[in-house]
Design a protein. Structure first.
Length: 144
């Protein structure tokens, strides 16, 4: 089922033809970027259609990833694990941008060892530490 979404001001809108898994990232970079964990849903590169791309500002935040914001309102738009190739990779879209976020089930939490003590997500799902995430994706350390 296709889902639509937008930034706070509506300058950037998108249509995701299909959604992948919902996950939560507790790394310190996502905490600073979103003000909490990144609760995001995966959208394959081929399944994403963006309107207002001229308002998207992207910044490389590690050797293997970039984050994009709306240049007009500042809303976080997506994280991309691009393996160092600008403009490549699947999108991790914060669920708050979706016009309809109902029906999503949390699949995995990552960087669980960086999660603040007072924050917990309920349910039975995978919970990976920083070391487990880096091993899974073949990363040798650093910030996400």
């Amino acid at each position: 089922m296709a889902r639509t979404g937008a930034c706070l001001c509506g300058a950037v809108r998108f249509t995701a033809a299909k959604l992948g898994n919902l996950g939560a990232c507790h790394c310190k970079m996502c905490q600073r970027w979103t003000g909490g964990p990144l609760l995001g849903v995966t959208v394959a590169e081929a399944d994403m259609k963006i309107e207002g791309a001229e308002h998207v500002r992207t910044r490389r935040t590690s050797d293997w990833a970039s984050r994009s914001n709306c240049a007009t309102c500042g809303s976080p738009l997506w994280y991309r694990w691009d393996k160092g190739v600008d403009g490549a990779g699947n999108y991790e879209v914060p669920i708050g941008l979706l016009d309809d976020a109902d029906g999503l089930v949390l699949h995995r939490e990552i960087f669980i060892d960086a999660k603040p003590d007072g924050f917990a997500l309920a349910g039975d799902h995978d919970r990976l530490t920083e070391a487990e995430v880096f091993a899974l994706y073949g990363v040798t350390g650093g910030d996400a």
